[in-house]
Design a protein around this ligand. Sequence first.
Ligand SMILES: CC(=O)SCCNC(=O)CCNC(=O)[C@H](O)C(C)(C)COP(=O)(O)OP(=O)(O)OC[C@H]1O[C@@H](n2cnc3c(N)ncnc32)[C@H](O)[C@@H]1OP(=O)(O)O
Ligand SMILES: CC(C)C(=O)C(=O)O
Length: 561
Amino acid sequence: MSRFDHRRYPTFAPVPMTSRRWPDRQIRRAPNWCSVDLRDGNQALIEPMTAAQKLRMWELLVKLGFKEIEVGFPSASGHDFAFVRNLIENKRIPADVTIQVLTQAREELIARTFESLEGVPRAIVHVYNSTSTVQREQVFGLDREGIKAIAENGARLVKDYAGRYPNTDWTFEYSPESFTGTELDYAVEVCDAVTSVWQPTPEKKCIINLPATVEMSTPNVYADQIEWFCDHVARRDSIVLSLHTHNDRGCAVAAAELGVMAGADRIEGTLMGNGERTGNMDIITMAMNLYSQGVDPELNLAGMDEIIETVKACTQLPVHPRHPYAGELVFTAFSGSHQDAIKKCLARREGDETRPWEVAYLPIDPADIGRSYQEVIRINSQSGKGGVAYVMHADHGYDMPRWLQIDFSATVQAYAEDTEGEVGSEAIYSLFQETYLPDSPRWRLNDYQLRRAGGVDNLELTIQDGSQSRQLSGTGNGVVAAFVDALERFVGKSIVLVEYSEHALSQSADAEAVCYIQLNIEGDRSCGVGRSHDIVQASLLAILGALSRSPALADTSSAAA
Ligand SMILES: CC(=O)SCCNC(=O)CCNC(=O)[C@H](O)C(C)(C)COP(=O)(O)OP(=O)(O)OC[C@H]1O[C@@H](n2cnc3c(N)ncnc32)[C@H](O)[C@@H]1OP(=O)(O)O
Ligand SMILES: CC(C)C(=O)C(=O)O
């Protein structure tokens, strides 16, 4: 019999609220951020960070602008204790940064915690105990009063020990761990008991942190819990209301965001969401979500590659290529219609980059976080002409007209299907060269002479046809017309010049011109590209190139000549 049976799981009860206010609010400023990478993040690693890795992570967090950093659980391990001592004794804590440490509500652990902090100018001591029904009944075997007594005792001990270190500016933090599984009235009762011990004031607040230790419901229910709590807790004006969400249902960021709308002031989380099980709330995502809405995230996340490199090196965990904002593929479009839209939007921004960012499929400008446009558009068999044209322009300077884009993208598409993989920028360029500028074209222009007489241009030229050099001549109004006339006589077919376009090659140091031509040779269209320092020569080469590629002449062993 299958164990896969949803009836084993009770439904989470909604919060009975009739008039919730948070859905109408917007986040217009960043919350106070607190990184818990060095504690909650570290405690969840397969191999906890070494001292060197911790220091590297600490330095990154300071550089990013975190003002509150939970640096460990110093009573739990000698490593954590030593790390806190290292920060303090080596004066590594900048004047505007406050370290935070976690402890259970047990005297021997609290005593050791304060020992670790001796000499620190400022610190947050974070004490917790679990309050949910499951933990009360099954882990602690205590009733509501018994669990509240643990919290009150912890609060008293923290206050007493702080009094023994009067040279430090202490802030106290309390978490009713497993808050999301705790009856709301009871969570308020326990937190009120804690603040009744601490007696915070609006000038000297304490922090009450409401963790989704396990994410148990939809983010709107969490927001209801936060709003309800804020409405009922005592001394609200003396409390910094903090959130600490986990990602069990994949909504830790959403829960934190809605929680801020519901009244929270502060957010605890980690970089890239490292942490217990599915992880903590990802501060990078939440901060960048604010940034993408025009709100200063108050963290400097411009060097995303450095952040990723450090997080990977310290946690020894990979970063998913589709991780919001940070992953390798998050600004990349492979599919044709996305590429086309991105290319058009980016082209419209050219010359007016101060305009608000409105680019299809790109929520932010990748350049803001150190990403280049080169990686925005990548080509595989799902790509279309827009993407190929973007790569040819951005990487190689060829601004192909639309009709040539259509012609060339068929070649790239066929290649992508054959190779069953991504087609890199250099491979696209090689395909372009082989297709339109081959080393051994069917016919090669040797030389030409133009003479104008009686308002008519007379062109004499020689072309190389395999091992033979052929003399051709033509007349017309202008060199192009005379050249087409010469070629018509040569191949014995009528040739119509359908499209013509040219530009200076921006990536060429010595000002080469490139010319694109489309010919119609007895109903068959054929494109050609010519490249030369001389624009006339570039046009002639493009025409000859189109002629060489013409399917209408495919089985002409040589010209009609
Ligand atoms: C949700 C979170 O992330 S909370 C943070 C979790 N992080 C960690 O626990 C990492 C570090 N922890 C440790 O290394 C160890 O747990 C230590 C060193 C702190 C304590 O170790 P031990 O003394 O061996 O105790 P252990 O953790 O097994 O504790 C369980 C005991 O503490 C009690 N306890 C658990 N949490 C708390 C708390 N917050 N406050 C008071 N007592 C607590 C339990 O009821 C249990 O008591 P019992 O022994 O009477 O049954
Ligand atoms: C100690 C608390 C804040 C915690 O880490 C959690 O509940 O996840």
